[in-house]
Design a protein around this ligand. Structure first.
Ligand code: SF4
Length: 72
């Protein structure tokens, strides 16, 4: 099963640790992370699982989590 990295914008304060770790994220004009192409669920590409785990562990506001993804 594929997974996505989910951003909970209700917790996030836009500090940007996750954007530094995940190439598929960018900051919006207010500094909040968004998926390149839009949305709050980043499909985790092969080889990015470790970086995604680091992002979940390092987010100071526990705003990141793994979710099952329907994306292949
Ligand atoms: S690391 Fe957490 S608080 Fe910081 S921008 Fe990412 S989701 Fe938001």
């Amino acid at each position: 099963m594929s997974e996505s990295l989910h951003i909970d914008w209700t917790r996030c304060r836009g500090r940007g640790v996750c954007v530094e770790l995940m190439a598929g994220l960018r900051r919006d004009e207010w500094g909040y992370p968004v998926v390149v192409g839009g949305g709050s669920d980043l499909p985790i590409a092969p080889g990015e699982r470790e970086a995604a785990e680091d992002a979940v562990a390092l987010c100071p506001l526990l705003a990141l989590s793994f979710r099952p993804s329907s994306a292949a």
